[in-house]
Design a protein around this ligand. Sequence first.
Ligand code: AMP
Length: 184
Amino acid sequence: MRIIIFGPPGAGKGTQAKLLSDAYNIPHLSTGEIFRTAIKNKTDLGKKVTSILDAGELVPDEIVVALVKEELKKEKYHDGYILDGFPRTVAQAKAYDNFLKEQGKSLYAFILLRVPQKELIDRILSRGEGRSDDSEEKIKTRLEVYWNETLPVQEHYQEQGLVEEIDGVGSVEDIFSRIKSTLE
Ligand code: AMP
């Protein structure tokens, strides 16, 4: 099962992706986590993307697409996976569609987590993960980037009839149950 979990920053994508990963026994691929690990380990990739993540901007498509393709070729992803934080632009979505086509595979679902903007900001400010991009100012930039560059990805998958909209307000367990019943 190949699933994209989608939504604005603070919508709970990471949390729900981890629960799905455990429930369906398929790996969870978070591009944001890959970048944060690379930054922590001061790798070449990390050095390239530090200032971009700090600013709340997007890493260039070529870098992200190359990284995701290379990762998804690993055997552990062969039976399915959950994508969290990718694709984030229409160009990334198109590159991913082509990649799937080349592999003769298809996407099972695109889960959109819907959360009101005010709640997103409150959640990010209170989650206390110590992320450098979780300050109030950076959150505003990240939300703007989301509305301008990432939201069109939803339309892209709407055209393919793959979007499942989930109410992302409530307890983690309730939201997870909604996702599971939609998928099943
Ligand atoms: P996330 O953990 O998904 O909120 O991602 C954290 C940051 O990593 C984002 O604000 C971007 O700077 C970068 N990032 C993660 N995924 C992508 C992507 N698919 N395209 C571009 N930048 C990304």
